[in-house]
Write a protein that binds this ligand. Sequence first.
Ligand code: NIG
Ligand code: FE
Length: 417
Amino acid sequence: MKADIIIKNISNLITMQGENRPRTKDEMRDIGLIENGIVAINDDKIIYVGEGECPSTIEIDKDTIVIDGRGKTVTPGLVDSHTHLVHGGSRENELAMKLKGMEYLDILKMGGGIHSTVSATKKATFDELYEKAKKSLDVMLDFGITTVEAKSGYGIDDFQTELKQLEVAKKLNEDHPVDIVSTFLGAHAIPEEYKENPDKFVEILIEEMIPEVSKKGLAKYCDVFCEEAVFSIEQSRKILNAGKKHGLLPKIHADEIKPLGGAELAAEVGCVTADHLVAASDEGIKMMAEKKVIANLLPATSFNLQTGKFAKARKMIDSGVPVSLSTDYNPGSCPTENLQLAMSFASLIMKLTPEEVITAVTINGACALGMENEVGSIEEGKKADITIFDAPNLNYIIYHFGINHAERVIKKGILVK
Ligand code: NIG
Ligand code: FE
């Protein structure tokens, strides 16, 4: 078969080869490293992965693009499996409040935080949201990210705005090289007018919004912000089960700030991922390990919230919980698209090894989005989503933090950077 692109002489080729399922414990350190590696691509697929040269069955001719991987580290395209990509406005006004010691939930309770982004997102036109999110996607791609999740959640009771966010994500998925997987997060905050009767809003979510989102095919997942003064355990259970009933797979913002028992609920409901988990209980971690719920950890959010508290990632991995890592890119708790920074935080602060980190943002990230049969590893038959880092080894990418090491990016067989 003809090679359209080959990458050869790769100093460190991280394949992540293995079964297409979440990797746990020691498996998270088994990255399928090949030194002096070679990868061949035909059209949008990987057709050969190995060491040294390609076999003669792979045709290389004058049209084949040959990339020299000497001194480089090559990985599967990174997966950012938790973002709030599509939104209006920005919230740098909250910095002064945070510096004075005001907490995230206090700002939210005062009607700021998520509520102020809801106002900005309501006001923004489809095109304005599209252009802003496209800019972020360009940045993500530049950082070597080739698959992204995008949540709604800045319309809440204004269903048209929720739909507008999801439609923007859908259009960007069609137009932009980065693949986007959408999540319905109407249950992101209690709207002002339902403050006295939040169950009424839960009813609207369950009876009207979830069925409609499902019918329109606008989301794959249903998510809920389960938190003190946001959605309770009981309300979250109802919302996630309603999502399941309508074919939306469950995800949960769990135990981000207060230990409500979100991790336990994630195991009970059978969530694909439970995200944040900074305040997750030991029992919740145990239950997640048993049910193989992926812990989607977001250390850049912990950093930005300035609480000094991070998820117990080591304990989770050692207990057998599969771990993925994401940015949580959003205008409030994590205003950055830089997944490489979150990867460094995961290692420097949460003590993950670089091998565990790369597993978390490739195959485990792909599993967090149900994309593990297509992306997340460099193997024959998978999509040619590949990032070439200008770094002599994996440790260097994590250790030399805060900058962008991605030099070239291949998305579905096309050199996009
Ligand atoms: O994952 N915690 C809830 N949702 C987002 C923050 C959204 C916002 O503050 O705008 C998060 O941190
Ligand atoms: Fe989030």
